[in-house]
Design a protein around this ligand. Structure first.
Ligand SMILES: [Zn+2]
Length: 147
C-alpha cells in the first residue's frame, strides 16, 4: 500500500527539470514511516548536482506542509543513479515539454522527431542538459545528458 508520506514525496518536482517528479526521475528510493518519523532515501543524479540540496529542501517542505513533523532525508549512493532510471512516464513528460529524453547517441528532435540535429553546446540552462538545434524544423531544444 502506498502511504500518504510516499505520495507527498513522490509528487515533488525536480528543480532542474520541473516537468518531472523525483519519482519519475528515479531519484526517490524509499519512504518509510515509523512512530510519526518519516525517513526518505534519495540517490543523487549527476555527481555534484546542486539540485540535490534543493530536492532535499523541497521534500522536507512538502512533508512538513502535510503535517509530518519529523522528517529525515538520507542520501544513498548505491545503486548509482543513471538516466536508465527515468521512468517511461518521465521520458514522455520531458518530450512533451520539448526536452529530449536521454538516449544513446544523438537525441531526436522533441518537436518534430527528426534525427537531423546538431549539438550547439555541451551545457544548456543546467549542467545536466545539453543544447541542440534541429535542422528539419529549425527549433533549438535541450536534451538531458545520458549517464
Ligand atoms: Zn525538429
Amino acid at each position: 500500500m502506498v502511504s500518504v508520506a510516499y505520495e507527498v514525496v513522490a509528487a515533488v518536482k525536480d528543480p532542474e527539470l520541473p516537468v518531472i517528479t523525483i519519482a519519475d526521475l528515479g531519484v526517490l528510493r524509499s519512504v518509510s514511516e515509523k512512530d510519526g518519523h518519516v525517513r526518505v532515501v534519495i540517490t543523487p543524479t549527476y555527481s555534484g548536482c546542486p539540485a540535490m540540496d534543493a530536492i532535499r529542501f523541497d521534500i522536507e517542505t512538502a512533508l512538513t506542509r502535510n503535517g509530518f513533523g519529523s522528517v529525515e532525508v538520507v542520501t544513498s549512493l548505491s545503486p548509482a543513479w543513471s538516466t536508465d532510471m527515468i521512468t517511461s512516464a518521465g521520458r514522455a513528460a520531458l518530450a512533451k515539454s520539448g526536452i529530449a529524453p536521454p538516449v544513446a547517441g544523438s537525441p531526436a528532435c522533441p518537436h518534430c522527431a527528426s534525427s537531423k540535429v546538431l549539438q550547439i553546446s555541451r551545457y544548456a540552462s543546467t549542467a545536466c542538459q545539453s543544447l541542440w538545434k534541429c535542422h528539419s524544423c529549425a527549433e533549438p531544444f535541450n536534451a538531458v545528458k545520458t549517464l
